[in-house]
Design a protein around this ligand. Structure first.
Ligand code: AMP
Length: 284
């Protein structure tokens, strides 16, 4: 596995691989790698890509400095895991090259209005500007044929797809299914911050989504069931929504067919999100 830090070396390595006729698959992460990240690497390898994984804890997507400080960092374990998973090149860029103005605000921002303003964006202002800006930069420097993102961050996937379309980036965005622990908890780097009791509370997110899925609609009944399930477990609910999977607009009780249920909550100071596909039927 090649290890790269400098932006020029990173750009040259990618150019060389494209020149040799390889297709690059980009897996962008913030590290503290787990099986969710591994599934993205596996998907890239299954497509025969030259896999470039980036690890960069992007401060621009954190609106809460405490959350940024508490974000887990396990660089040694990440390098070993990336190597064992068959990552071809691991890029760990430095702040001075990613955001040269940091800690002052970066003048250039990529912003996806609408999709980036609802749900996570409403509770975390500027979050998706930070996401879109960093993904744009990683894609511009890397020049991948494909970029792999998890459905765990369903809204992020929608924002990235829209940005790629609007900016005409020549990259296929590949969405990958959510990887869960056996008890249903969606894997997240933040889960290491959950003690045993918090973890039990956190399970109410996936349980709420499961209940919503069993209900078959209408949307308002799903919302109410999800919220009640999470609140009963002592979760501070951020949102419990049922939306159109393409526009992320909230659906009313006339809506039928495939929809996406998304939940967010704070469990003992740790912010968690999850989502699943649901089927809406008209109420009686
Ligand atoms: P992160 O390091 O949290 O920024 O995540 C990097 C990428 O891994 C994103 O595309 C995430 O959606 C994806 N990812 C994180 N957790 C999971 C999971 N449990 N299942 C599938 N993909 C995931």
């Amino acid at each position: 596995m090649q290890r790269v830090v400098g932006i020029e070396q990173w750009r040259r390595l990618a150019e060389d691989q494209r020149g040799a006729g390889r297709r690059i698959g980009l897996v962008a992460t913030m590290g503290a790698l787990h099986r969710g990240h591994q599934s993205l690497i596996a998907a890239a390898r299954a497509n025969g890509d030259y896999v470039i994984m980036t690890i960069f804890v992007n401060p621009r997507q954190f609106n809460d400095p405490t959350d940024l400080r508490a974000y887990p960092r396990t660089p040694e374990a990440d390098r070993a895991l990336a190597e064992s998973m068959g990552v071809d090149a691991l890029v760990e860029p430095v702040m001075a090259e990613m955001w040269p103005a940091y800690p002052d605000p970066t003048p250039t921002t990529v912003s996806v209005a609408g999709l980036g303003d609802v749900l996570e964006g409403a509770g975390r202002p500027g979050h998706f500007d930070g996401v879109a800006s960093v993904v744009a930069k990683l894609a511009i420097v890397t020049g991948p044929s494909r970029a792999y993102f998890g459905e765990k961050d369903f809204q992020q996937l929608a924002v990235v797809r829209r940005m790629v379309l609007d900016l005409g980036l020549d990259v296929e965005v590949v969405g990958c299914p959510i990887v869960r622990d056996d008890d249903g908890l969606a894997l997240s780097s933040r889960n290491v911050r959950l003690g045993p009791e918090s973890r039990l509370r956190a399970l109410s997110l996936s349980r709420a989504l499961g209940l919503a899925g069993d209900l078959d609609g209408p949307a308002s009944a799903m919302r109410a069931a999800m919220r009640a399930t999470m609140e009963a477990a002592g979760v501070v609910v951020g949102y419990a929504e049922v939306v159109d999977p393409a526009t992320l607009r909230a659906l009313d009780d006339d809506a039928v067919g495939r929809a996406r249920a998304l939940v967010a909550g704070v469990v003992d100071g740790v912010r968690l999100i999850d989502n699943r596909e649901v089927e809406l039927r008209r109420g009686p």
